[in-house]
Write a protein that binds this ligand. Structure first.
Ligand code: FAD
Length: 385
């Protein structure tokens, strides 16, 4: 077993590092506090080949592996935490599901602009009455005149304020087997946005209502029975979520580490106090352990989708560790860490959200328990006898 990157991966990481230092480090703080999507960063990344890293060359991607995309997201995050979201959107999110399951027509129409950084795609799964229990979703797709009428609504959707396109989970029929997905142009007829709201991270989201919105049959990505495939693709999104948790924890840790080597109190450097040394030892241990779990999930995916079990383990650990490390780093930086002069407080806020988004820690622990006991556990009440 070799824990080192290959020479090609090292060279790639170095090229991303140089790109990020040159183009993204400056302005990192402003980007973190802006609620808009940084399209200028997306276009720069497209030029650098950082969008579609693991998407096939035939589809306009780079034809690389998922681990390459992980290298890119963590290297970008080390210079500009907010820009890591652009790597996520261009590699790990619904764009990967579109590239994997979309038709030629769908890819021709949308993938090119997404890979050029000119537009962004969101994924609408969560509904007011279907959060963790996502298979309870109520948004319906009813056949009509060569297409479908969509009715329902989605909440908490990342990028919902500015995404031109949404991959929407819909119900073609009853039960889990009735679930599939369609692509919806968010500027189209029958799509209405509610009042903008803000996450703790500062990102804005809007409730999206579908009121008899028409989609042609050509815009169906996965028909009924497609839920399992959809979730298999969603595991890529989870790897990106885990990677950003760990990367933002590491960003905060690096700031705190440098601070501890220059800040003096009681006539001594902070790093000379054993109480703080042990905090750093624990943080480093969490970051390294998370890194191994993350790389295992990504590397084993090769060119396909990552395993559900390895992804769940990596996400749970990286979400928890990323948040704990960022939070402890803030503590080590004292009052300065709590101000917006530093990005450490931003890292804490962002990491907190990833413990809920993309399958909460509790739901993923349920998934891990199923692997442990090699059986499923229904979360629903027993049927009335
Ligand atoms: C920052 C952020 C970004 C998001 N982006 C998107 C997006 O782009 N698209 C999208 O569709 N959704 C998105 N979401 C929504 C997210 O997927 C849901 O918030 C999540 O699935 C949890 O659903 P809920 O909020 O309704 O909580 P609930 O399902 O109501 O859960 C509440 C609490 O109970 C726990 N819980 C629920 N069921 C169980 C159980 N069986 N066992 C143990 N604990 C349980 C949960 O873990 C949670 O802690 C985002 C959320 C956040 C915070």
């Amino acid at each position: 077993m070799d824990f080192r990157f290959t020479p090609e991966q090292e060279a790639f990481r170095e090229s991303v590092r140089r790109f990020a230092e040159k183009n993204l480090a400056k302005g990192a703080r402003e980007r973190a506090h802006a609620s808009d999507y940084p399209f200028e960063v997306a276009k720069l990344m497209a030029g650098q080949g950082l969008l579609g890293i693991s998407i096939a060359e035939a589809d306009g991607g780079q034809g690389g592996a998922l681990i390459d995309a992980v290298i890119a997201i963590e290297t970008v995050a080390s210079a500009c935490p907010r820009s890591a979201d652009v790597v996520q959107a261009g590699n790990f999110g619904p764009i990967r599901v579109l590239a994997e399951y979309g038709s030629k027509l769908q890819k021709d129409r949308y993938l090119k602009r997404l890979l050029a950084g000119e537009s962004v795609i969101s994924v609408g799964m969560t509904e007011p009455e279907a959060g963790s229990a996502v298979t309870d979703l109520q948004t319906t797709a009813k056949p009509e005149g060569g297409g479908y009428r969509i009715n329902g609504s989605k909440i908490f959707t990342t990028h919902s304020k500015y995404a031109e396109l949404m991959l929407v989970y819909v119900r073609f029929g009853p039960g889990v087997d009735g679930i599939g997905s369609v692509l919806i142009d968010t500027k189209g007829q029958g799509v209405r946005f509610g009042k903008p709201s803000t996450f703790m991270s500062g990102e804005e989201w809007v409730q999206t209502y579908f009121e008899n919105a028409f989609v042609s049959a050509e815009m169906v990505v996965l028909k009924e029975g497609g839920f399992k495939k959809q979730i298999a693709g969603f595991n890529v999104e989870r790897v990106g979520n885990a990677a950003r948790s760990l990367a933002l924890g590491r960003y905060a840790y690096e700031r705190a580490r440098r601070w501890a080597m220059q800040r003096k109190q009681f006539g001594r450097l902070l790093c000379e106090f054993q109480g703080l040394q042990w905090k750093f030892a624990e943080m480093k241990t969490k970051l390294d352990a998370g890194q191994l779990l993350l790389y295992r999930a990504a590397a084993n995916a090769d060119r396909g989708f990552p395993s559900a079990e390895e992804t769940a383990i990596a996400k749970v650990f990286c979400n928890q560790s990323g948040f704990e490390v960022a939070n402890e780093s803030l503590q080590v930086m004292g009052g300065l860490g709590y101000t917006q002069e530093e990005l450490v407080e931003y890292c804490v806020r962002r990491c907190r959200g990833w413990m809920i988004a993309g399958g909460s820690i509790e739901i993923l622990k349920n998934r891990i328990a199923e692997s442990v006991f090699e059986r499923s556990f229904s979360q629903r009440p027993d049927p009335v006898r």
